[in-house]
Write a protein that binds this ligand. Sequence first.
Ligand code: B12
Ligand code: SF4
Length: 473
Amino acid sequence: MKVTFLQKDSFVKLAIAQLSAVLKKNGHACDVIIESGEKKFLGSVLESRADLFAFSCTTGEEQWVQDTALKIRKHSSIPIIMGGPHATFSPRSIEDPNIDYICRGEGEDALLELLDALSDNPVKIRDIQNIWSKDSAGKVVKTEVRPFLQDLDRLPFADLAVYHKYKYMIPYNRDMYPVMTGRGCPYNCSYCFNRSYKEIYRGKGKYLRKRSPQHVVRELVRAKKTLGIKKINFVDDSFLLFPEWLREFSVLYRENVGLPCIVNVEATQVTEELVRLLKTMGCICVRMGVETGNEELRRNVLHKNITNRQIRETAKFIKENKIKLSTYNILGLPGETLENALETYMFNKEIRADFASCSLLQPYPGTAMNEYVKAHGYLPDENDEPALGPSFFSGSNLAMENQRAILNLQKLMQVFILFHVPASVVRKIIQLPENPLFGFIFRVGFVYNKMRTQKIRIGPLFRLALHSRSYMK
Ligand code: B12
Ligand code: SF4
């Protein structure tokens, strides 16, 4: 059977690449059609001879998914499935009359079983774990999630080639080959999906899982040969979770792959030894969650138990090893004052972040933060689900003090960091009226800082950005 994934913007979704590999290994066909890469998107979709249309949806994209499903349904009765974080944490997505199935949680085995049932005996669908469907009267049929996939080495390597009919994606994927070496995170930050993921999967096996070093290295060696990749982007939530794994992996990586790489870390796991290991691997940039410069907000509101001292120390190791430091920050937190927001700027300046990426808080469904903002009156209507935009860079619907100054700071923080602008000047600039120029500066600064810290070439990045405009809005 053939599954056609539909996507809005032109970046690799590893979920799709991973599911494509699994489908192909099991004798099915798989294609991706990207709206921003097509002249006549709907025409291409309808001509794709799919047996199943599929979406991998994060929160913020659901409106586009629903609109697209409606357009398809007007011309075709081929079944439609939605998976990904939004389907997992907002399962009422199944109530949309044009969505036939949703997949909650991990999709590899569930999707295969669904295809088998669709071709063989559709009645079986109601028993497939992770798949929610509807009966003939339109009533939702729910199932449990199956246990976590424990042996990640049994998965085939992600099939990035499924994207390469869009030629403009190839150079970027060579420059920033995305790979995941494990699944799961031990922490429970209030704004992140991990806590609810663990709840949905309670009693269903070990959450923290790692591929073997050999399995990851084999994938990278193959990608080097077949695709000519130049740099690796490890997208694991936290790359240093298992020091023993890293010790073994770093040796194999150096000997067999030897390409520059970029990783995400959590300051609580960083030691001088591990940063040195990253350096020996050719790590050029470490991305680390700072989130806020105010320890109390970080601990009590974000539920992130990392002290400023730990972050300072980690930053010192990273800088001493001449690795670029890129930080993730969030403004617009419940209870945050303008002074707190400025602390975030000052703290990034103090630790000499090379790039302080700054978003606005979006309380995603299923997170503790979502419950908190509803319970504490941060939404215009307390019964509302927070309506979230397509990107956490573009806006927030939460009530905040000094909104204008905070929104301006979010747009300009990375540029202030770049030019080491003194706090007294920052205070004045952010009081100016909001204006499109700040949005423009944000976009240019974001691209420039990515190029500078992650050594991405302008050509591939520009071509990709042209086809991912809604993400950068
Ligand atoms: C790499 C990454 C990105 C990349 C690539 C995006 C992508 N969609 O792959 C970039 C930088 C572009 C990005 C952007 C954003 N991201 Co992001 N990102 C991640 C990250 C770190 C890894 C994703 C990944 O590759 N996972 C590996 C794959 C294999 O796992 P998976 O995606 O969960 O897929 C499995 C299942 O969900 C399921 N599945 C998924 N899709 C489908 C489809 C079908 C049909 C089926 C059957 C099953 C299925 O099967 C898969 C295999 O088991 C995750 C955190 C994480 N650890 O997952 C956040 C995460 C997905 N991102 C998140 C967010 C919020 C965003 C942004 C909205 C941020 C923003 N700018 O505002 C954008 C949205 C972009 C978009 N439209 O997707 C949230 C999503 C929360 C939510 N409720 O939706 C996450 C979960 C992080 C978090 N802390 O909460 N992101
Ligand atoms: S450490 Fe990162 S990935 Fe883990 S729960 Fe917190 S925000 Fe999520």
